[in-house]
Design a protein around this ligand. Structure first.
Ligand code: CP
Ligand code: NVA
Length: 302
């Protein structure tokens, strides 16, 4: 396995399955009170340049459960916020820490940390991707559906970091992936290039009902991501019709599950009714951030 987790494409199918198997095991051990101090004495630094509820709390708690500790490093307090180059920050933090989780804007910043530092780097969300979220999503899908092969994953909404990572992760593990988004909000070109290799297992359309046909998993995310708050109104207009609602769910398989990375905006990308009737699946998904990330940390820092 790669030394870092910078994006989904860093992982092969076998490596993803390996992480998910370990995540299942850690989840079982936690539920049965079996101590798993696999990272005793280790410290994870967590750099946040954007807000977070799930990522921060699941990494911090996860590290504690593994016998290590996590340091919350806000951009507001670090010298990075005053202009210290990421190249220098990487080399300094590598002298103290055993790994770094970073949430930021530019994917290039995460890559620079990995290039200049000497410890494992974990991407906790950039504008380009969100691999930790997708590992938790895949874990949840496998819990509900028991397999990946032959399943159809449909994503409706913005062609953003979530769409990018779901396309790569979903196709890699063997699912068909369908994306419905407005023509002007498509996934990243590098991801579309990756998906093109999968032929008709990947479809991109601007018709949500068509994308949702026979879906086993229906996924959505906010219309305006962190950093895009100023475009919220313009995006609300552009995404009208790209909502996960009863019509979309009517096109999907009867037993389709709904996934949302959260936070959710009810009445925008998903209706209150669909959200609440699939809340168990969505909050299992949120819980699985903890287990999937603990598996990643054991693999990379262990
Ligand atoms: N899904 C997710 O990453 O949530 P947070 O922004 O709360 O970390
Ligand atoms: N696309 C969202 C995901 C939040 C977990 C964002 O980047 O804000």
């Amino acid at each position: 396995m790669n030394k870092h987790l910078l994006k989904m494409a860093d992982l092969s199918k076998e490596e993803i399955i390996d992480i998910l198997n370990l995540a299942d095991q850690l989840k079982y051990e936690l539920a049965h009170g079996i101590k798993h101090h696999r990272l005793e004495g280790k410290t994870l630094g967590m750099i946040f340049q954007k807000a977070s509820t799930r990522t921060r709390v699941s990494f911090e708690t996860g590290m504690y459960q593994l016998g290590g500790q996590a340091l919350f490093l806000s951009n507001r307090d670090l010298q990075i916020g005053r202009g210290e180059p990421v190249q220098d920050t990487a080399r300094v933090l590598s002298r103290y820490l055993d790994g770094i989780m970073i949430r930021t804007f530019e994917q290039a910043e995460v890559e620079a940390l990995a290039t200049y530092g000497s410890i494992p780097i974990i991407n906790g969300l950039t504008d380009y991707c969100h691999p930790c979220q997708v590992l938790a999503d895949l874990m949840t899908i496998r819990e509900y559906k028991g397999q990946f092969d032959g399943l159809k994953l449909t994503y409706i909404g913005d062609g953003n970091n979530m769409a990018n990572s779901l396309i790569v992760g979903g196709l890699t593990v063997g699912m068909d992936v369908a994306i419905a988004c407005p023509d002007t909000y498509r996934p990243d070109p590098t991801v579309l290039e990756f998906a093109a290799k999968y032929g008709d297992r990947f479809t991109l359309t601007n018709d949500p009902a068509k994308a949702a046909e026979d879906a086993d998993v229906v996924y959505t995310d906010v219309w305006a991501s962190m950093g895009q708050e100023g475009e919220a109104e313009q995006r609300r207009l552009a995404f009208t019709g790209f909502q996960v609602n009863d019509t979309v769910m009517g096109a999907a398989h009867k037993d389709a599950i709904v996934q949302h990375c959260l936070p959710a905006h009810r009445g925008e990308e998903i209706t209150e009714e669909v959200f609440e009737s699939h809340a168990d699946e969505i909050f299992d998904e949120a819980e699985n951030r903890l287990h999937a990330q603990k598996a990643v940390m054991v693999k990379l820092l262990g």
